[in-house]
Design a protein. Structure first.
Length: 104
């Protein structure tokens, strides 16, 4: 029984010691972004429009600035939100050619 407990404790210790590296990997993947995914949830949706609007209204919001700059003019503006809306409606948009930081 003592050997089983010792093995269990060793396994838990091993798992816990690996946890920091798992956290680091998750943080590394957070640096990836897709143009238009302003809120960084992995999807381009109406929530990204709301995220940009909240940012422009100076509400506290988590925003991925590079992803929110849909028009690629170096600024976050209403036109970025509008281009996401046009993309979602199937209209011509600057998002028609999606960019990610993997392509830059
Ligand atoms: Ca999003």
């Amino acid at each position: 029984m003592k050997k089983a407990i010792a093995a269990f404790v060793s396994a838990v210790t091993l798992i816990l010691s690996a946890a920091p590296s798992l956290t680091a990997s998750a943080a590394e993947t957070k640096t990836a972004w897709v143009k238009g995914d302003a809120n960084g949830d992995g999807y381009v949706s109406i929530s990204d429009v709301t995220c940009i609007q909240n940012y422009l209204a100076d509400f506290p919001v988590g925003i991925v600035l590079d992803a929110a700059d849909v028009t690629c003019d170096g600024k976050i503006a209403v036109s970025d939100a509008t281009n996401i809306q046009r993309f979602l409606a199937g209209l011509p948009s600057s998002l028609d050619r999606k960019l990610s930081n993997d392509e830059l």
